[in-house]
Design a protein around this ligand. Structure first.
Ligand SMILES: [Zn+2]
Length: 228
């Protein structure tokens, strides 16, 4: 399943398309499957999709997790369209502090949540991933499919045994407005960054996280080819 079905070059219309898609998803596909993988290139509207979905499902019927690795930098959902969702849990903290999160653990065990959302699933460690996979609730694992060098994140393969339904959010390339975004390109001091290209997987790459002078831009294959 691909969202939105029609790509629009206007940012505001794109945001509306994402919103409509999220509502349609909540009313139809969400009921048909147990586990989902939602991938999107950076800046394609994934967080806007999630916040729209969360508003529809309701705070008491849903719970949102982020991996410990990313929670330190970004403990909430914040879309580029300006929407914020604060009620996000650090998965490792949640596993380690069962007494503190007693109510939420109880609610998870007793099927009180209609939906569990895991944001930035690509950064989950194995322990976090296994914990979340073991939950019987309906789950959406959201995040990136590929890293800054177009390598697929290993966690995508580790979710296959859940038999997930895959959804992909599309967006038009901002540079050419002709093709769909397929790459998350990184620049450091305005220079195309390929520092970790000798590593086969994102997880082996010591440069997967770099200092804040890095800048990401998502673009289509053609525009990327012009940079190389
Ligand atoms: Zn392009």
């Amino acid at each position: 399943m691909i969202y939105p079905e029609i790509l629009h070059e206007n940012e505001e219309v794109h945001t509306l398309e994402i919103e409509k898609s999220a509502l349609l998803f909540a009313e139809t596909f969400l009921n048909l499957w147990d586990n989902f993988i939602l991938t999107a290139p950076m800046g394609a509207g994934k967080t806007h999709f999630l916040i729209t979905l969360l508003k529809k499902i309701g705070k008491n019927k849903s719970i949102v997790f982020k991996p410990d690795l990313i929670y330190k930098f970004s403990p909430k959902l914040e879309s580029r369209s300006g929407n914020v969702y604060l009620n996000v849990y650090n998965v490792s903290d949640f596993i380690d502090n069962e007494v503190f999160y007693k109510l939420e653990h109880f609610r998870l065990k007793n099927q009180k949540y209609d939906l569990v959302i895991i944001d930035e699933y690509q950064f989950l460690n194995d322990r976090e991933l296994e914990f979340l996979k073991s939950l019987s609730a309906k789950k959406i694992f959201c995040g990136l499919e590929k890293d800054y060098l177009n390598r697929t994140f290993s966690n995508l393969f580790k979710l296959k045994d859940l038999n997930p339904y895959s959804i992909r959010i599309r967006k038009l390339c901002r540079r050419c407005k002709k093709a769909e975004i397929t790459r998350n390109v990184r620049f450091i001091n305005n220079i195309l960054d390929k520092s970790g290209e000798t590593y086969k997987t994102p997880e082996e790459d010591p440069y997967l996280f770099v200092h804040e002078t890095a800048y990401y831009e998502s673009m289509c294959e053609n525009c990327y080819a012009k940079l190389c």
